[in-house]
Write a protein that binds this ligand. Structure first.
Ligand code: MN
Length: 730
C-alpha cells in the first residue's frame, strides 16, 4: 500500500501544478475510498490493485482532464470489482462522477471477439455511442493504456486478445479524437504483442542506426535553432524517431525494407504564434530544398480531428529527405491530447461544479469546428461518428454470438429479428434482452445482447408490428410476408383503408362502381382488379392516400367531355336557339334561371356542367368540382346533370374565390390589396387570419374569364412570403 500512496502523492503534485485551485481533499477522498474498496486485491504483478486506478488517473491528469474525470478514473474499477455502489458514489462525489464511472464500467463489460473490419467499425461506434460523455472514452483510453503498459504480467492468450482489441478498437478511437500521443503508444504496445518478431526486427535495425540518426538529428536541430534565433524567432526545435508501428506500416504498405524507409526521423518546430509558423517555413525552405507536393497547410485547413500544423518535407545535406512539422504550443497540445485538450483550457466554474454543463455545450465547439471543415477528407466520417454520440440516432446491439447489429435508435426486438433474417422475424414469438424476456415494443439500448425466441412453424408477423418497428428493413419484410401470405385479409384491410381515404377526399365509393369508370381507374392504378389494388394497399405496397388521389384525378379526367356543347352546336349548323343567360348556354333550355355554385365558383374558360335544381333553375359547377364528381355516382340523379357552355359575351364578370396561404409577416395584406388594385379585377372581400402560424387570406373577386383569374393567381403567387394560391373548390 505504501507504493500506492507514494504514487498517489505524485499524482496530487501533478494535479496541483496543473491546477492550483483543484480540490485536493476531494481527490484524496476518492483515493482513500478506492484503496479501501479494492482492499487487498492484487494485480498480476503483485502490486496492490489500487495502483492501477491511480496510474490511470495519472494519465487523465497528463491529458489535462478535469477534477471529476480524475476522481472517476480513481474509481473506474470500483463498481465492477468492489462492493462500492453507484448511489454511494453519487453521495460522495455527485452525479457527474457517478455517471462517468458507470459509463466506463459499461464499456468494460462489452465483449469482443475478433471480427472483420466492418464489425470493428460498428464496435467503435457503439463504444462512442455508449459513452455519451466523451470523458468516459478518455478514461477508458487511460485505463487501456495503463493495462497495455503492464501487459507483460498477463498470460499469452490474454495478451493477444487485449492487443488486437487495442489495435482495432482503441487506437483508432484515440486517432479520431486527435490524441496522437496515446494512439502511438497504444499502437506500439499492441504491435509488440501481436507481432513480436517484426517489432524486435525494427527495434534492432533502429538500434544499428541509432548513433548516426542521433548525430543527424542533433546536427539539424542545432542548425535550425541557430538560424531561427538569428532572425529573432523564439522556437523549440527537436527531432524524434518515428514510432515503431508507423515504420512497420510504411514498410508493409509500401513494400519496402527497413533500409528503404528514409524518413525515419521527423522534426518539430514549436513557436509562439501562427505568424512565426509561416516565418519558420520560409527559413526552412530557404535552408533546404523542399520536396514538391509534400507541403501541407493544416493550419488554415485543420484535420477533422482538430490537428493543426504546417508539414513540409525537405532534402537534407546528404540528400536524405526528412519531415518538419511547424506549430504553436497550443496546436502542439491539441495534437498530443486532441479532444482532451479542451479541458486543459477550460477555466473551472466559479461554483466548482461542472455537472450542469450538458453534452451539447461540451460538444458545441467540436461541432463548430467540424462544420467549418466539411470539405476536409474524412470530416464527414468523423462527424458521423461523433454525431452518434451527440444525437444518438443509432443503436448498437449484440447477437448472442457477439456480432454487432446496427439499428435505428429506439429499435425493437422485432427490428433486430428481421435484420438477422426474415425467416427469424416471421417465426418470432418473443425476445430476451440481456437474458430477460421483454415485450415486443421494448426499445433496445446500446450494448444489449438480444436473443430472438422462435417457433418451428412460420406463424408470421402481427399486423401491429408495422406500427412498432423502426427500421425500414423490418417494415418491408413484414409487408412482404403479408403480401404473400394473407391475400383475403389484405383485401379487407386495404378496402377499408381505401374507403376512409376516399371519404376524406369527399368522394363516394359509388363513383367507381360503374364498369366503364372502373376499367379506366384500374388502368390508372395499374391493377387488374379492384381486389388486387386493395390487396396491395393491405400489405402496404400502395398507399391508400395515393390510390384515392389517382382515382380522384381519373374521375376529373373522365368528367371532361370530348367535345363541348358549343362545338356540337356549330358542327350541326344548328342556329343556337338557346339564349345565353349570365353568359351560360343551357342545352335545350331558354331563359332558365342560372346560378353559379358557390362550392367551385366557375368562371368562363372553366369546363362546366349544369345541375337542374328543384325550383331554382340550373346551378353551374366546374367539371372538376368534388360535388359533381360524387354526384355522377348517384344513378338516380344522373338525369339531372345537363351540358352547359359559356357563351362568348365578354361583358359579364363572375365572382370567384381564392385562398392565399403565406408566411405571416407585417404588411402582407397590404401587399395583396395593392397587387389586386393594380389588376383589373374587382375585389368583393378580403379577409386574412392566422391559422397554424401561417397567414391565410380569403379573397372574393370578380373576373371576366379564366385568363384574368390566372393572371391574378400568378401575380398573387409572386408576392413575397406567399406559399400557395388556391381556387376554392369546396
Ligand atoms: Mn481498469
Amino acid at each position: 500500500m505504501h507504493l500506492a500512496l507514494e504514487q498517489f502523492e505524485a499524482l496530487l503534485e501533478k494535479v496541483q501544478a496543473a491546477n492550483p485551485t483543484a480540490d485536493v481533499a476531494r481527490i484524496r477522498h476518492a483515493f482513500t475510498l478506492a484503496a479501501t474498496a479494492h482492499g487487498t486485491q492484487l494485480r498480476k504483478d503483485g502490486t496492490p490493485f489500487v495502483t492501477h486506478p491511480v496510474a490511470a488517473a495519472m494519465i487523465t491528469v497528463e491529458m489535462g482532464l478535469d477534477e471529476d474525470s480524475i476522481i472517476a478514473a480513481l474509481l473506474h474499477d470500483s463498481l465492477e470489482d468492489t462492493a462500492l455502489t453507484y448511489d454511494e458514489i453519487v453521495k460522495e462525489f455527485g452525479t457527474s462522477v457517478a455517471v462517468i464511472v458507470e459509463g466506463v464500467t459499461k464499456l468494460t463489460r462489452v465483449q469482443y471477439t475478433s471480427k472483420e473490419e466492418e464489425q470493428m467499425e460498428n464496435l467503435r461506434k457503439m463504444l462512442m455511442a455508449m459513452a455519451r460523455d466523451i470523458r468516459v472514452i478518455l478514461i477508458k483510453l487511460a485505463d487501456r493504456l495503463h493495462n497495455m503498459r503492464t501487459m507483460n504480467y498477463q498470460v499469452g492468450k490474454k495478451q493477444q486478445e487485449k492487443a488486437s482489441e487495442t489495435m482495432q478498437i482503441y487506437a483508432p478511437i484515440a486517432h479520431r479524437l486527435g490524441m496522437q500521443r496515446i494512439k502511438w503508444e497504444l499502437e506500439d504496445l499492441a504491435f509488440y504483442y501481436l507481432d513480436r518478431a517484426a517489432y524486435d526486427a525494427i527495434v534492432r535495425d533502429l538500434d544499428k542506426k541509432r548513433e548516426s540518426l542521433d548525430t543527424f538529428m542533433s546536427d539539424m536541430q542545432w542548425k535550425m535553432t541557430t538560424r531561427l534565433s538569428e532572425h529573432d524567432i523564439d522556437s523549440t526545435v527537436y527531432g524524434r524517431i518515428k514510432h515503431i508501428y508507423s515504420i512497420y506500416r510504411k514498410m508493409y504498405t509500401q513494400k519496402r525494407t527497413f533500409e528503404e524507409v528514409f524518413d525515419l526521423c521527423a522534426f518539430r518546430v514549436i513557436v509562439g504564434n501562427i505568424a512565426d509558423c509561416y516565418n519558420v517555413l520560409g527559413h526552412i525552405h530557404d535552408m533546404y530544398t523542399p520536396v514538391p507536393g509534400r507541403f501541407k497547410d493544416y493550419i488554415s485547413t485543420p484535420k477533422p480531428n482538430m490537428y493543426q500544423s504546417l508539414h513540409t518535407t525537405v532534402l537534407g545535406e546528404e540528400g536524405i529527405p526528412f519531415e518538419v512539422q511547424i506549430r504553436t504550443w497550443e496546436m502542439h497540445h491539441t495534437a498530443e491530447y486532441g479532444i482532451a485538450a479542451h479541458w486543459k483550457y477550460k477555466t473551472p466554474g466559479t461554483d466548482g461544479k461542472t455537472e450542469d454543463k450538458g453534452d451539447e455545450e461540451r460538444f458545441a465547439w467540436v461541432r463548430r469546428l467540424l462544420e467549418s471543415q466539411q470539405e476536409a477528407g474524412d470530416a464527414q466520417e468523423f462527424f458521423h461518428d461523433l454525431r452518434i454520440d451527440m444525437f444518438a440516432d443509432e443503436v448498437f446491439v449484440f447477437t448472442p454470438r457477439g456480432d454487432v447489429i446496427n439499428l435505428p435508435a429506439k429499435s425493437t426486438p422485432i427490428d433486430f429479428a428481421y435484420s438477422i433474417h426474415s425467416a427469424v422475424g416471421n417465426r418470432m414469438t418473443g425476445a430476451r434482452v440481456n437474458g430477460r424476456i421483454v415485450p415486443f415494443d421494448h426499445a433496445l439500448q446500446n450494448g444489449d445482447i438480444v436473443e430472438v425466441i422462435t417457433t418451428g412453424a412460420t406463424h408470421g408477423p402481427s399486423r401491429d408490428w408495422l406500427k412498432i418497428v423502426r427500421s425500414s428493413e423490418a417494415r418491408n419484410k413484414i409487408r412482404q410476408w403479408f403480401k404473400k401470405e394473407k391475400r383475403d385479409e389484405n383485401i379487407q384491410h386495404g378496402k377499408s383503408a381505401f374507403e376512409s381515404e376516399m371519404k376524406r377526399l369527399g368522394l363516394s365509393m359509388d363513383a367507381i362502381t360503374r364498369s366503364e369508370v372502373q376499367t379506366q381507374i384500374l388502368k390508372r392504378l395499374s391493377f387488374g382488379s379492384l381486389d388486387d389494388a386493395y390487396a396491395a394497399i393491405g400489405y402496404g405496397g400502395l398507399s391508400a392516400q395515393k390510390a384515392a388521389g389517382k382515382v380522384r384525378d381519373e374521375l376529373i379526367h373522365l368528367a371532361k367531355p370530348g367535345k363541348s356543347l358549343v362545338d356540337r352546336i356549330n358542327q350541326t349548323q344548328q342556329r343556337p336557339t338557346t339564349k345565353a343567360v349570365r353568359g351560360i348556354i343551357v342545352e335545350g333550355v331558354d331563359n332558365c334561371l342560372i346560378k353559379f355554385s358557390r362550392c367551385c365558383s366557375p368562371v368562363p374558360g372553366d369546363n362546366v356542367v349544369g345541375f337542374i335544381t328543384r325550383g331554382h333553375g340550373v346551378s353551374v359547377h366546374r367539371r372538376d368540382c368534388v360535388n359533381y364528381l360524387n354526384a355522377t355516382a348517384k344513378p338516380e340523379e344522373l338525369g339531372r346533370w345537363i351540358d352547359v357552355a359559356w357563351a362568348d359575351t365578354g361583358k359579364e364578370t363572375y365572382q370567384t374565390n381564392l385562398t392565399i396561404t403565406a408566411k405571416d409577416r407585417e404588411g402582407l395584406v397590404l401587399d395583396i390589396a395593392t397587387a389586386l388594385t393594380t389588376m383589373k379585377v374587382r375585389v368583393r372581400s378580403l379577409n386574412a387570419r392566422e391559422i397554424n402560424g401561417k397567414a391565410v387570406a380569403f379573397i372574393s373577386l370578380e373576373v371576366s374569364d379564366i385568363k384574368e383569374l390566372q393572371n391574378a393567381i400568378n401575380k398573387l403567387s409572386g408576392i413575397s412570403g406567399v406559399i400557395d394560391v388556391n381556387r376554392n373548390s369546396v
